[in-house]
Each structure stands twice: as C-alpha cells, then as structure tokens.
Design a protein around this ligand. Structure first.
Ligand code: BES
Ligand code: MN
Ligand code: ZN
Length: 508
C-alpha cells in the first residue's frame, strides 16, 4: 500500500515545544481569534491581537495571513498562519474540509514542510474538536489530489512544493483512538483518489478491459476476489443489455465482480456502478458540445472500485459484492439501432428507443447478476440522466429506490461526509411512461421526469422484497468549476466517502 505523501498526526497537550514551521490559528469574522490563542504563549497572543486590532485581517472566510513570530521569544515555531473562518454561525463540518484543503495549499505555496493546526483545540458551533480534525484532515488529503500523469516530463521537472506533515492539537484526547480515526480517513480518501484517477482517465486510455485489469490488480493486493465475465460467458448468461451497448465498439464490454467477505454471517451489501468508459450516445449520437465530458460516464463504476479498495484497506468486518458493468457506447456499422429489441439476462424484453439511454441497459444485467449473490441491500450509482443535472445541479445526488429506511441511512451518511442526497418519488404511475408497444418495456420514458423513469426502468430488475437504492450522480460526479478547495476540477470521486460512512455507521 503506497503511503500518502502528506502525513497527518495528532498532538496531545503541549504543542508549544513541538518542532514545526507554522501554527494555524482561526479568526472569526469581526477579527475575533479562536479561544485557543490564549494557549500559544504571551508573545504570540500579543502579536496576533495587535495585528487583528490594526484591521489587516478581518476573519472573512477565505482570508489568510502569514505572520512572523517575533524573534528572540524562545519559541520553536517562527511563523503563524491566521485563517479566516467567516461568520461563526455559518460554520459547518464542510467548512472545515475546505479549510483543511486551503491550509495545505497555503503552506505549500509558502514552501513549508510541517504545520500544526490549532483549530481543533476548540469546538466551533457545537462541532467537537475531533470532528474539526477529521474534517480538516479529510479536506487536506482530498485537496492535495492531482491528476498530472498525462502532463509532460518538462512540467514534472518543476514540481510544486509538497507539505510533508500536518498535525492537529487536541487537548486531553485519547491520542490512539484519534490516530485511528485519521488512518481511517486516509484510507477512505485513498479510495476517493482511486475513483478520481479512473474517472479522469480518458476513453482511449481506459477501456472496459483496462478496468477489468484494475480489478485484478486490486485482487492481487487485497483480500478481494475478482471475477470478469466477458465474451462467450456474457452470451451464455444472456447479458444482452451489456452486449448490445458494447457491440458498436472495438473495445469489448465486460462485467466485473469484486467480492470482499470478511463479515462472517453478517448481511451482504451489493454495490453496482455504471461504467460506460465513453458515452458518445451511439447511433443516437450526442451533440458535439461537451461530449468529452462523457469520459466521466464510468464514475459510478469508479466509485465502486474506490469503495472496495477502502473497505479492504480498512479491514472492515463486512460482506460486500461490487458489480461493475463496463462498456463503451459507440456508433458503428455493428452498433445497436433505435428500434432494436433485446432480451436481458432477467428475461425482460427491452425496446431500445434511444441508444443514448445505455446506462440502464447495462445496469439491468448488472442488477440481475447482483441479485444472484442474495444481498440484503443493493445500492447502485450511475451517471444516468441529464435530467438529474437539470433537477438538482451539482450540489445533490438524486436518490430513489424501494426502501425508506435505507434512504434515510444513506442520507444520514451523506450529511456526515458532505455528499448530499435528495429524494425523488417513484410513484407507480411513472411506470406507465416506459410501457412498450412491441416489448415489455422501452428504454426511454419521454421528456417528463426523466430521472424517475430511468429509476423505474432499473426497478424492473430488482425484486420488490430486496432493499434497493439508486443514486443518480450525473450532476455530482465531476466538477467543472473547481470552486471547492477540497474538490479539484474533474472527477470528484463522489460516492466513495458516502458508501464508506454508510457501512461504518451500519457495520453491515
Ligand atoms: N451518461 C448520460 C447521462 C449524463 C448526461 C450524465 C449529462 C452526465 C451529464 C446518459 O447515458 C444519457 O445519455 N442519458 C440520456 C437519456 C435519454 C436519452 C433518455 C439523457 O439524459 O439525455
Ligand atoms: Mn448515454
Ligand atoms: Zn451514459
């Protein structure tokens, strides 16, 4: 297991004598320093109060100010970083993720190697010190992710300065428990980074076969059993949804299955993730504008990979089966046509009205296959509909399914980690929209409620008796703006932290 370049740790009690380059101190809007300033020694306190009084720094969120510690005062540290927290009452756990990422960035820009954060010495708005630490560490690691492997050597020759050590001061805490918490966060974020790497790779560099290879690599390194269904096996199993979507591409489709069984007789969770390595729309070709973004159409599958790695590295006592249908959706003389009727593995006949509604076709077979493991819960993640982007934008994942209790737990996990979910209804009436004249169902339900009718389609491949949740991540899977410090532009890796927090709360 390759280690993160940035190490994080807990300092309990006396931090003043600890060797470091900089202390980070929070300042609320209005220029009020966090209470812990009083523990920094007289010289530092006086200096910070003098600076705040002079109005150089007002504590607006996003504000940063480096100060030198007056010489000859006998302190080991020689710099301070004042960081604006904004309005006290607007502070949330998510703010601390952003702050963690901003601190890392500021320190790297300033050429520093080691930093001690004092923010975790206080509770902020009822957010406990160890939660402050956890969120800042998570944000720090998430924000230091870079996808630079496709940039030329010359650019790498002038690498940016990297922060090496970030420490959080906690008073009177049990250091070992808190250290374990940090290790857990690190493993979760490594899963996010894997998901981001996979999703950021363009279609020419990551095919369904490439994904299968990655799944085998996970199996070599971790207690995961990988099985790849392809070619004749897909034909024999009647997985014509996956085959039909893949048939227009020179890169053949496959179904990737990853099993992690460390939970003894505990219940089994199945996670299913759409992996269309590139979605051109097929014969129902997409318009050219922003078509390149469809390399992210395997973000659901990428999340499953990241999640599987994370739970295995955390060594959690749970049972999980990851199922990833992988295909490339291309137009060609061999591609499926609008009007084609395919028989899915479950036996349901589907009329393909639009070859661009391909995600539900591969998920149909994958959900059916997932059921063969008799899981107690099935969760699928998919960049499934443009309609979901219209409905919820990039700030919430669409949540549907057949089980209120499961949705509640998932929303709670989403609140915990900042990956919010928002429910859409699945009233039976919506099912009418996918009735077909020639087959059992068709793969589009018209312009209205496109996200819901897509979920209705999926529901036909899950038994009513099995708890199932569908997460439409079309709007949350990638970030074009880079406005959040802990989310670099490109693949977000959404779903990994959510699933980890769900199983950690649930201990399936
Ligand atoms: N991968 C797309 C959905 C998508 C669109 C994800 C934009 C992220 C951003 C999916 O395969 C698709 O093309 N869906 C169609 C369905 C329609 C033809 C019923 C869509 O949403 O337009
Ligand atoms: Mn499509
Ligand atoms: Zn798609």
């Amino acid at each position: 297991m390759s280690e993160s370049q940035l190490k994080m740790d807990v300092v309990v009690g006396d931090f003043v004598a600890r060797e470091t380059d900089v202390w980070v101190i929070g300042v609320y809007q209005g220029g009020e320093p966090q209470a812990a300033l009083s523990r920094c020694g007289e010289v530092v306190e006086r200096e910070v109060r003098r600076v705040l009084k002079s109005g150089w720094m007002r504590g607006e969120s996003g504000e940063q100010l480096f100060l030198s510690v007056p010489g000859g005062c006998g302190l080991v540290v020689d710099r301070l970083l004042l960081i604006g927290l904004g309005k006290r009452e607007s502070l949330t756990v998510e703010s601390f993720r952003g702050l963690g990422a901003s601190v890392v960035k500021a320190c790297e820009k300033g050429g520093m190697d080691r930093v001690i954060c004092l923010l975790s010495l206080d509770s902020h708005q009822g957010i406990a010190p160890n939660r402050v630490m956890e969120a800042m560490a998570e944000g720090g690691w998430l924000g230091s992710y870079r996808f630079d492997r496709l940039q030329s050597v010359s650019k790498k020759e002038a690498p940016r300065h990297r922060l090496k050590r970030m420490e959080f001061v906690l008073s009177g805490a049990k250091a070992e428990g808190e250290r374990k918490r940090l290790i857990q966060v690190e493993r979760i974020v490594r899963g996010v980074s894997l998901a981001r790497d996979l999703a950021n790779l363009p279609g020419n560099l990551l095919s369904p076969d490439g994904l299968a290879r990655k799944a085998r690599e996970l199996a070599e390194r971790l207690p995961i059993k990988t099985t790849i269904l392809s070619g004749a096996v897909l034909v024999q199993k009647g997985m014509n949804g996956i085959l039909a979507v893949g048939q227009g591409s020179v890169n053949p489709p496959c179904l990737i299955v990853m099993e992690y069984r460390k939970g003894g007789d505990r219940p089994t969770l199945a996670v299913v993730g759409k992996a269309v390595t590139f979605d051109s729309g097929g014969i129902s070709l997409k318009p050219g504008a922003k078509m390149e973004e469809m390399k992210f159409d395997m973000s659901g599958g990428a999340a499953v990979f990241g999640f599987m790695q994370a739970i295995a590295e955390m060594n959690l006592p749970i049972n999980v089966v990851g199922v990833v249908p992988a295909a490339e959706n291309m137009p060609s003389g061999a591609a499926q046509r609008p009007g084609d009727v395919i028989k899915t593995a479950k036996g349901v006949y589907v009329e393909v009205i639009n070859t661009d509604a391909e995600g539900r076709l591969i998920l149909a077979d994958a959900l059916h296959h997932a059921a063969s493991f008799d899981p107690d819960v099935i969760i699928d993640l998919a960049t499934l509909t443009g309609a979901c982007v219209v409905a919820l934008g990039e700030h919430a994942t669409g949540l549907m399914g057949n089980n209120e209790g499961l949705q509640k737990k998932l929303r709670k996990a989403g609140e915990y980690c900042g990956e919010r979910l928002w429910p859409l209804p699945m009233f039976p009436e919506y099912q009418e929209q996918i009735k077909s004249v020639v087959a059992d169902i068709k793969n589009v339900g018209g312009r209205e409620a496109g996200t819901i009718t897509a979920a209705c389609f999926l529901s036909r491949f899950v038994e009513d008796s099995r708890a199932w949740a569908h997460l439409d991540i079309a709007g949350t899977a990638y970030d074009g703006s880079g406005t959040r410090a802990h989310v670099p532009k490109g693949a977000v890796g959404v779903g990994v932290r959510l699933l980890c927090r769900y199983v950690l709360a649930e201990r399936m």
